[in-house]
Design a protein around this ligand. Structure first.
Ligand code: ZN
Length: 231
């Protein structure tokens, strides 16, 4: 029934051009006369997908309650639907990713989903994990983003007042809108420099119980050696 329709997932870091690519595919398909639905997330700019390069297009907004299969079915019954292009797909729920797979398999509509691979916590977004599990094709967008050290940036770091954080809400309201008045910012890092602040924090925690951490560790080593000698 699906006549070769596919669920394609394109992933990359922030700034890897996901929205630009989403808009490009949307443009290419619509200029071929196809019916294409562009969808994005709630707190993207009101009903639009826009790229950092200045291009934008009207989009249908997905909320956590949206049933993507129902939305797609309504279009199929109405003006028709050939493809759905999804921006910010990492924020869709795993159930909504299932719905996208059903859109492909039951309605024969192609789905192009664009999203981040991992969060500022360094782990897969739930929606991304489901996309990786269900997609027919997965492609990494190879835009050469760089860490401040010059190595390829593969991780997204969240900074609050300029300091990297590893805990907090997965999604901060206004994440993708203008953040000029917000203390939360994002930077791209290589794996080493994404971890560095975390290790520093853990190191401080290890030294917290005593002012003379090194002395205590040395004493413990001696105690263990004495125990061994006694046996
Ligand atoms: Zn680096």
């Amino acid at each position: 029934m699906s006549r070769g329709s596919k669920l394609k997932f394109f992933f990359g870091t922030m700034g890897s051009g996901k929205s630009t690519q989403a808009l490009q595919i949307h443009h290419n398909l619509t200029t071929r006369g196809l019916q294409v639905l562009l969808v994005s997330q709630l707190d993207r700019e009101e009903g639009r997908v826009s790229s950092r390069l200045g291009v934008s297009a009207a989009a249908q907004i997905v909320t956590p309650d949206s049933d993507l299969l129902s939305i797609a079915r309504a279009f199929v019954m109405g003006e028709g639907l050939d493809a759905i292009v999804c921006d910010e797909a990492q924020f869709y729920s795993p159930e909504q990713i299932e719905q996208l797979a059903q859109v492909v398999d039951l309605l024969s509509v192609d789905v192009f989903a664009f999203g981040l691979l991992t969060s500022f916590q360094g782990e897969l977004f739930p929606g991304t994990a489901r996309l990786l599990e269900l997609a027919d094709e997965r492609s990494e967008l190879q835009v050469e983003a760089r860490c401040y050290c010059g190595n390829r940036a593969t991780h997204n770091a969240r900074l609050v007042d300029g300091r990297q954080v590893y805990a907090g809400a997965l999604k901060v309201v206004g994440d993708t809108a203008d953040r000029s008045e917000d203390s939360t910012t994002y930077e791209l890092r290589c794996r080493l420099h994404w971890h560095q602040e975390l290790w520093a924090q853990q190191g401080r925690q290890l030294q917290l119980p005593t002012d003379h951490g090194a002395d205590v560790i040395e004493l413990k080593v001696k105690a263990v050696e004495n125990e061994k000698a006694d046996q």
